[in-house]
Write a protein that binds this ligand. Structure first.
Ligand code: GDP
Ligand code: MG
Length: 436
């Protein structure tokens, strides 16, 4: 994959104390190839490489103590710029605010309508989904199913003209207190004039604050072409890239903003209706560079963990007071966030080897809980006092073996280290320092 290739190139760069101009040029050649193989638009690649090269063979880099890292930082910066540098928020002007979703058949419009409805209602909005795709027999039904799942109301009028449906939905929203409308429009297999005319008509009838093109990232360069042509007809306000969870090579994500000028606002990361993420260029760049996505990790953690508890925990980790009670708590929390490997894979520099012995399944968790419950207060607070005879007693009391107790104590030490790493990383991010 792209990130593995870049990682290998960067390893070489980092390994060098001093960089010559030809070192940089060689690295750039390799990056160029890796990007092209990832299906990034060739013009975008050309521009990108020339920008990075120009900066990389400048004085500050070549004469710095860590030239390799400086180059990597430049690649990261420019990748971020390529994708839009800053995240672009949804514009929700108007009452109701009208969001129009457009795109080819199968790109994920209906699913995304549900995801957006879900997202907005979690934000405290009162969205309404509108079935304006009348050509595919099951399309209206599909939107109703999706709406039911996320408990967002759906407005449909059978096979009336889409522009009439759109108009009526605004009325309906106004009367029912819905402050955002999400229009699920029809797609075709290919772009055609008739479809564009219909979309233009809807646009002028309801004056959307957002016209978002839903594009399938798996289609690579095609996605970029589709975006260009929709943009030229409809003046898109943004893009939603779907199926980024799949086997995409990354080309669409990297080229589409640079080619069309339209910002990516969201990405679809799965078929489920909460698999929608706001798009952050810098995070995507670090994901692509394989540096791990610490920011997403931290956000994910704060979503699921009680903030106050997390603060307390951080304090305890900092003061190195993290004990077995916290450990047990932490295991439970971590499980709420998803599987452990999934979470740790987002930490930069974290190899699967380090993960070994840290993955707990449900059964093991029950065991761990039993073992910790069999310890005295003092033992939980200060595990270093747990000697051989205590281990035997704890094993007996919890119906486990001494090996189980040993294993747990070892895992605890590992977790403690990990937690410390995490909290240091979080601190350095808050300071805005960039780590590679
Ligand atoms: P539409 O024709 O544009 O309305 O597309 P649909 O919403 O019906 O989606 C087409 C297919 O793509 C469905 O099977 C969806 O489950 C799937 N899909 C949509 N978004 C995503 C995504 O982000 N990830 C994955 N893996 N599948 C998606
Ligand atoms: Mg659909």
């Amino acid at each position: 994959a792209l990130s593995q290739k870049l990682d290998a190139i960067f390893k070489k760069l980092r390994g060098k104390g001093k960089l010559s101009e030809s070192d940089v040029k060689e690295a750039m050649r390799e990056i160029r190839l890796a990007l092209l193989e990832a299906d990034v638009n060739y013009k975008v690649v050309k521009d990108f490489i020339s920008k990075v090269t120009e900066r990389a063979i400048g004085h500050e880099v070549m004469e710095s103590l860590t030239p390799g890292q400086q180059v990597i930082k430049i690649v990261y910066d420019e990748l971020t710029n390529l994708m839009g540098s800053k995240e672009t928020k949804l514009n929700l002007k108007g009452n109701p605010a009208v969001i129009m979703l457009v795109g080819l058949q199968g790109s994920g419009k209906t699913t995304t309508a549900g995801k957006l409805g879900n997202y907005l209602s979690k934000m405290g909005r009162r969205p309404l989904l509108v079935a304006a795709d009348i050509y595919r027999p099951a399309a209206i039904k599909q939107l109703h199913v999706v709406g039911d799942k996320v408990k967002v109301p759906v407005f449909s009028m059978g096979e009336r003209k889409p522009v009439e449906i759109a108009r009526a939905s605004v009325e309906h929203a106004f009367r029912h207190g819905n402050d955002v409308i999400i229009l699920d429009t029809a797609g075709r297999l290919h772009i055609d004039e008739e479809l564009m005319e219909e979309l233009k008509e809807i646009k002028s009838a309801v004056d959307p604050c957002e016209i978002l093109l839903v594009v399938d990232s798996m289609t690579g360069q095609d996605a970029v072409n589709v975006a260009e042509s929709f943009h030229s007809k409809l003046e898109l306000t943004g893009l939603i890239l779907t199926k980024l969870d799949g086997d995409t090579r990354g080309g669409a994500a990297l080229s589409i903003k640079a080619v069309t000028g339209c910002p990516i606002k969201f990405v679809g990361m799965g078929e489920k209706l909460d698999d929608l993420e706001q798009f952050y260029p810098d995070r995507m760049a670090s994901r692509i560079l394989g540096m791990g996505d610490v920011l997403s990790l931290i956000e994910k953690a704060t979503q699921n963990i009680d903030i106050k508890k997390a603060k307390e925990l951080e304090e305890r980790i900092r003061k190195e007071q993290f004990d077995l009670n916290d450990f047990l708590d932490q295991l439970k929390q971590v499980r709420k966030m998803g599987s452990l490997d999934q979470i740790f894979s987002m930490i930069p520099g974290f190899s699967p080897q380090k993960m070994q012995g840290l993955d707990f399944n449900e059964k093991e968790l029950v065991k761990v809980e039993a073992i910790i419950n069999s310890m005295t207060k003092e033992e939980r607070r200060n595990p270093s006092i747990i000697n051989g005879s205590r281990r035997k007693r704890i094993a007996m009391g919890s119906g486990t073996t001494v090996q189980d107790v040993n294993k747990l104590l070892k895992q605890f030490e590992q977790m403690k280290k990990l937690m410390k790493q995490l909290s240091e990383m979080e601190k350095s991010h808050k300071k805005g320092r960039f780590r590679i």
